[in-house]
Structure formats: structure tokens, C-alpha cells
Design a protein around this ligand. Sequence first.
Ligand code: PMV
Length: 339
Amino acid sequence: MSCEPDAPARTTRPDPQPGRTGSGRAHAKAILLGEHAVVYGAPAVALPLPGLSCTASVVFSGQPGHGLNGYGQPDPAGGAAGSGAGSQAPLELRHLVESTLERFRPGEVLGVDLVLENSIPVGRGLGSSAACARATVNALGDLLRLGLRATDVFDLVQLAEARTHGRSSGIDALATGSTRPVLLAGGRVSAPRVGAAAWVVVADSGEFGSTGEAVALVREVFRRRPGRQAEFVSRSGTVTARALEALASGRLDIAGRQLTRHHRLLASLGLSTPVLDRLVDGALDRGALGAKLTGGGMGGCVIALAGTPEDANGLAAGLVRQGARGTWIASIAERGRDD
Ligand code: PMV
């Protein structure tokens, strides 16, 4: 309950529909091109990974109180890890629930219990935090019949992302809710043209990488070295533009080479690790058209481009032999300007 003198008085309403559950879902994403530079305005492309997802279920809380009262995140292995009172929920989720209620049900006392089932590995650059935020907002929208627009959901997910990572471009918030590849360029969202179907293997290094720390590291490099920001943003923009052109004309070999260039660019900022470098080199040795780290870096995953599903399967198996903790394959469907 707020004690601010001019805060509107809250009213407690009885549970409007006892037993009703709201549910929401969002999936993982992998950034194909442009991570970090996108925070400074350069274009970026992200791919949905629908096989990895977060589902949220919310109910009106049995306990008195406002906001997130109960929270649980069942352990996929069958334990009860992460379940407990609202105070044990990640802070950004508590804020997210409060912000959503504040915006759409101002002045009401509403307590909810949330359960998240998340198959997206955390700290691997696959958009786990954005997907959990999006699933939660969608579940609240469903429970309270808020009729949320896409922009409402995006704004709320961005609010949570800003708390988790500091400065956030919005590419994760968009891609975790899109069924198609997402191109974010100059503040506009579109789908990239694809002249030949392609397959992307995502391989988990097993190393935890904090996106917040990675974004802060890049900011510090730019602060210490004047001119470095403009140089990085310009190079990233060029690599991304060439890769998009190659992708549109079906030249996967050229697109792949740009991916590898992109890895070197990110590594030059200190975002790679020896394990990520080894996976990238291993993917190239095994015939990948290109490979790079994906997402925030300093751990997490690499992606490798393949021209056929067979090549992608072979690459995935090879990367597991090389120590990858898990692999997933995403396809990029052929797509013209008007599809
Ligand atoms: O590590 P992830 O999945 O959160 O990806 C972050 C992408 C960045 O470009 C590093 C940050 C951003 O907000 O775009």
C-alpha cells in the first residue's frame, strides 16, 4: 500500500473469477547479426527459437497483498527449486507485475501468484529474461482480460529488460514474441528478405554470460577509447548490411563469411571467451558457412550457419563432440519482399 500523500486510494476488489488462470507464452531467440551495436542504433537481426520457451500461469492470490504474492519456478528435473513467496521472485518480475497492474488497473489492490516454466537456458544469450517477462505480461493480460496491444506488451517487457540489463535495444523484447526473423533498423521493425532457406545451429558453451555485464563492458571500452564507439557501430552496420544483401540474394556463403567477421568484431571488444572461440573455430573446421557468438557474449552460445538440414545436423553433432552442452537448430525460411 502506498503512503504517498497524493497517491490515489486503492480499492480492494473480491476475486472477480475464482479459480481463473491466466496463461502466457514466449520463446527464445538468437541474434544473427548486430548485437551490442544495436544498443547504439545499428541494425540487428534476431531469429525466433520456438523450441525453447517460457510459459507463465497466474491466478488471483489466496493471500492478502498487492502485486506478486506467490512465485514458483518448478525445477525441470522434478524438484521445487525456486518456488516460494513473492519476495523470492526476481526483483524485475515483481516490478513488472506491479507496473502492469499500476498501468492497467490503477488504484486497485490485486495480488497474484505466478508460476513460470522456463526451458530457455539462463545467461546464454537466448533471451530468457525477455521471454519470461513477455510470458508474464501475456498471462496477466489473459487473467485480467486487459486486451493488451502489441505495443503495450513491448513497453512492459522493455521496462523489465532495462532493469535486468541496463540499456536495452528492444531486439529481445521483439524477437521473443515473433514467429519470423526480426530486423530492427533505425527504430523500424521488419522481416529480412531471404533468397535461400538456411539453417542456424545454436551451441551452448555451458558458460554463464551476464548480458548486463557485457553491455557495461562495452560502454566502458567506449568511454575509455574515444572514437571506438563510432568505429564499432559503423563496422557492425557494414557487416550486417552485406550479410542481409547476401541473404536476400541466396548467397549463404557470403552471408556466412559476414557472420564470422562479426564474431571477430565482437571479440575485439572483449566479448568472446576461449571456449566460444574454440566452438566458432570448430564449427568452421566442420564446414559451417560462418559462425559467431550470439547475444551478450562473455559466455553463452555460438551460432553456425548451414545450407542444408543435413549439414546443420552434422554440425550440431560435431559441436557436441567438441564440448557444447546443448544444441538447437533454427530454420530461416525463404521469404520475398511481399511475403
Ligand atoms: O544476451 P541477450 O540474449 O540478452 O542479448 C542481448 C543483446 C544486446 O545487443 C547485447 C543487448 C540489447 O539490448 O540489444
